[in-house]
Design a binder for this molecule. Sequence first.
Ligand SMILES: Cc1cc2nc3c(=O)[nH]c(=O)nc-3n(C[C@H](O)[C@H](O)[C@H](O)COP(=O)(O)OP(=O)(O)OC[C@H]3O[C@@H](n4cnc5c(N)ncnc54)[C@H](O)[C@@H]3O)c2cc1C
Length: 498
Amino acid sequence: MNLQPEHLLAPERLAPDIIVIGSGPGGAVTATRCAEAGKSVLMIEEGPHLALESAPHFSREEILQKYRNAGINIGFGATKIAYVEGCCVGGGSEINRGLYHRTPQAVLDRWRRDYRVDALTLEELTPHFDACEAVARVEYLPGPAPQLSTRLDEGAQRLGWSSLEVPRLFAYAAAGAGGSPGRKQSMSATFVPRFLDAGGMLCSVLDRDGVRAAMRDVDVVHHNAALVAQTDAGRDYWNVNVEGTRIVCEEAARAGVRSLIHVSSTAAYGIPPSGPITATTPLRPVEPYGKSKRAGEEVAEAICTAADMTLITIRPRATLGGGRLGIFQILFEWISENRAVYVIGSGNIKFQFVHAHDLMDFYMLALKAGRSGTYNVGTDSFGTLRHDLEALIRYAGSTSKVRSLPTAATINTLRALHWLRVSPLVPWHYLTYHKECYFDVEPLLAMGWRPKYSNEAMLQESYDWYRQSAKLASAVTAKSPHRAPLKQGALWLLKMIS
Ligand SMILES: Cc1cc2nc3c(=O)[nH]c(=O)nc-3n(C[C@H](O)[C@H](O)[C@H](O)COP(=O)(O)OP(=O)(O)OC[C@H]3O[C@@H](n4cnc5c(N)ncnc54)[C@H](O)[C@@H]3O)c2cc1C
């Protein structure tokens, strides 16, 4: 979500000097040059770190492993455009052809004029082209072209068109005995190893060596990496949410980290009881996500206690604010289209959310207090689910109505749809949406925390962001399950009759 300056640690307290987001050619080259210049650099990549050879090039496996959304992206607008994009360490360089041209003179001239960068001349850029080409091994085919290319060349010549071989970022000389074709010079094959050799940081929470390197000289760790409920991740919930947490805590302890904030979940409680959830409410998670979050808490408690490290465990209510979509996108879309929105049961249940900025305020407060503890964080200003939805509908100027669905029949139907994998609602949603769910936040208010957003205000802000981003169509490719729109699956049918 979008953060405010007061939610950030002072720059001198941040471990890396530089953070680079994205590890494609743009990110990897920048990060490597900075790391090699002696800066401490963290490169953040949302996709997996896989070997170039992890799947045959242009194969189905490669598309599933390395393409964003398995290759299905659409840019909405007056004209809809389908496109593909890499989503892995190395970005597009892992999946592209590696065809290479120097930027042509005419393009440089246009950039120099339009962007007023005087240095964009061929003379100024030639040493940089030379340097990049040396690293990335821009090479022509060492032998005859493959049959398809030859046919294209022949066809072009017959039509009187010009045809030329485009060199590639490809180390043909690496072609070994036994007919190996050589190696494409993707980022994972070139700059990323150089970045790591220069001490750069890039790793998953499951990569112990990388996590260990990232903990060096750190005094506060904010552990927020998790597979969230709607990823429906099955066994991977356990790997990331429990084993990943174990690795983070063990390496933090080894590095002598002072405080660790572990972001857990309301799902650790299981089916919420009636009345407020307090410090004494039993923890009885009922579905795989909640079980993994609770187990992650236990792992963190054991390790941090043994290491005498301050552990701040946070269980936030569903978090809203600019940038949030995920499951809320369905609600916002239906309201903006004047369709009925549904609650399971009467909807006359107290239901609390928390705004991302208030949550961050609390992290900072708890950090300052410097005491271990578990904190349930939600706004202190909320109504019933039905009341807050109706307020949002009024705010949106929509004619939607809040309709009740029968509890048992709806849960059974959603369970069956989930089992058939045609509904975006996972057990954590359909088993708890009809239950009152709110935290007693008196202990947090007593610490001096003052949430600024009510349920109504944060729903409105998130709705405005949804409307704005729908206009820009920018949310379409977001990868975080909390920021990306959800596929509605079988709920689409319900929407059509609403
Ligand atoms: C199929 C295909 C074939 C192509 N063929 C060629 C070719 O032959 N020659 C050529 O010159 N170009 C080709 N291209 C284009 C080329 O690959 C791209 O221009 C290049 O990869 C862009 O580099 P980039 O670093 O700007 O972005 P990308 O390579 O797209 O890298 C961006 C990276 O950032 C990550 N990321 C995005 N948002 C976040 C976030 N919020 N947090 C963390 N990580 C994030 C993404 O997962 C991705 O890995 C091709 C592209 C494709 C898809």
